[in-house]
Unconditional design. Structure first.
Length: 249
């Protein structure tokens, strides 16, 4: 359908050298968009339109967005996906780990979106921003205080940015993935002890852990004109994980 096409659009996907971000970038490309990928390593095999940048650095967002616009001057889509997990048990948590979590998962998202939006407004063009939050933004998890706080903040940041940018023709939405098989969750997914994985699969209504492509489809939809009347919303992509109080016993 034409409404789902991203022909004539260009996107920057942060944290897209692997996992969720890589799947998002590929999905956007399949829908017709030119895509700029991003990561920490100098290069990634198979990704020509790629920018290395450390978003933990204060000038990281500016350098990344500037480089992305150099590669794709028509850039009008931003996917803020970069993030990670640095938590340890509550009583062992340090200020360094806390600050690292907030800096990457929250602050870098805000400032990357700010730099992108400034450029779009200066060029008098509309666009779309999609932010990757998590079901941890709605429900807490053991030994995950900093991560949960950062993802919860992203839920509200999505809504706040939608308010701030609506008059400039920039829509802002988010996705909240549940348990998805990525390098970040590989320890659970690939363990010989399936007890925890079996527990999750009983809880998930669709009876399976998600794949990165499950989230990528929602992101692509939110970037398309099919979602032109949607802003300030979070799409939960969790196979029904958070919809059922107890799950299967």
């Amino acid at each position: 359908m034409k409404a789902f096409s991203l022909q004539s659009h260009a996107a920057l996907v942060t944290g897209s050298s692997q996992g969720l971000g890589l799947a998002m970038g590929k999905s956007l490309h399949e829908a017709g968009a030119n895509v700029v990928f991003h990561g920490l390593q100098p290069s990634v095999e198979g990704l020509a339109n790629y920018v290395q940048a450390d978003l933990m650095q204060n000038d990281g967002p500016q350098r990344l967005v500037d480089a992305a616009f150099e590669l794709e001057p028509s850039l009008d889509l931003l996917i803020c996906n970069a993030g990670s997990f640095f938590d340890v048990p509550f009583f062992e948590m340090t200020r360094e780990r806390w600050d690292k979590t907030i800096q990457l998962n929250l602050a870098s998202v805000f400032f990357t979106a700010q730099v992108f939006a400034k450029r779009m407004v200066a060029e008098k063009r509309g666009g779309s921003i999609v932010i990757t939050s998590s079901t941890n933004g709605f429900q807490a998890e053991m030994d995950s205080c900093a991560y949960d706080a950062s993802k919860g903040a992203l839920v509200m940041l999505t809504k706040s940015l939608a308010v701030s940018l609506a008059d400039h023709g920039i829509r802002v939405n988010g996705v909240a993935p549940g348990l998805i098989k990525t390098p970040l969750t590989a320890k659970v997914m690939e363990s010989d002890d399936r007890s925890l994985l079996d527990l999750y699969e009983k809880k998930i209504l669709l009876r399976r852990v998600g794949a990165p492509e499950d989230v990528a489809g929602a992101v692509t939809f939110l970037c398309s004109s099919a979602a032109s009347y949607i802003t300030g919303e979070i799409i939960v992509v969790d196979g029904g994980l958070t919809s059922c109080q107890i799950g299967r016993i």
